[in-house]
Design a protein around this ligand. Sequence first.
Ligand code: DHB
Ligand code: FE
Length: 279
Amino acid sequence: MARIVGGLATSHIPSIGVAIAKGLQQEPYWRPFFDGFPPARAWLERQKPDLAVVIYNDHGLNFFLDKLPTFAVGAAAEYRHADEGWGLPISRPFAGDTDFSWHVIENLVADEFDVTTCQEMLVDHAFTIPMSLFWPGGGAWPVRTLPIAVNTVQHPLPSPERCFKLGQALGRAIRSYDSDEKVVVIGTGGLSHQLDGPRAGFINKEFDLMCLGALPHEPELLTDYSTLDLVELAGAQGVELINWLAMRGALGADVYEIHRNYHIPISNTATGLMVLESA
Ligand code: DHB
Ligand code: FE
């Protein structure tokens, strides 16, 4: 059966893609952020996953406010990026795996998660930036991918608890896939940030550090928050933390924390990075 080697989580700010394209990783502004990544890449180099499930939120490239699924799962042979208007370069395409996708979809639906299935799907910066951070350097991507888009944009959003349970169902689906492949689960977004309204620029370091502390071994502390609690404590876009919770749910009860990094700010966002290995 397929095996989940662990989980990764990172922020996904568009300007990171611009910094990569311009080679600014060692500039004073960017260094504390990019210097977090070598341990994550070294862990990936040791684990060598075949497949990456990327739990992220679409920001208007593939879905818009007129039609916005709560949970959408890719079922395409290939996923492409496109111009989002942020000035970041267009990523090279990502291979999908339709057998794996349909296995996960069938199991999620059997587990009462009635997801939207996407046989065509554009992936935005929330998918492409983490992929570039974890596997830099160009060339073919070393993993096939399965995108799962969670609505963090238009309320009502799925609750933190619901997203954690989605992750648990995803974990069961992956572990029942008849293959000897290794899977890494990635959650993207957060940590605290708010891009609009009177609280634009809002960051909550204390709450972020509590979340980073709880995620590995006490994730249920985070699933007790309501969506509106998260808006208040992490900012309107800080709710992207629910993607991290879905990732954590997929890993099962016991994990080893391999690495974390926290740096404020990149653009308007408090950035977080976490590497968890399945026990
Ligand atoms: C920023 C952060 C995000 O999560 C995002 O999707 C877009 C922009 C920012 O801080 O600039
Ligand atoms: Fe975002």
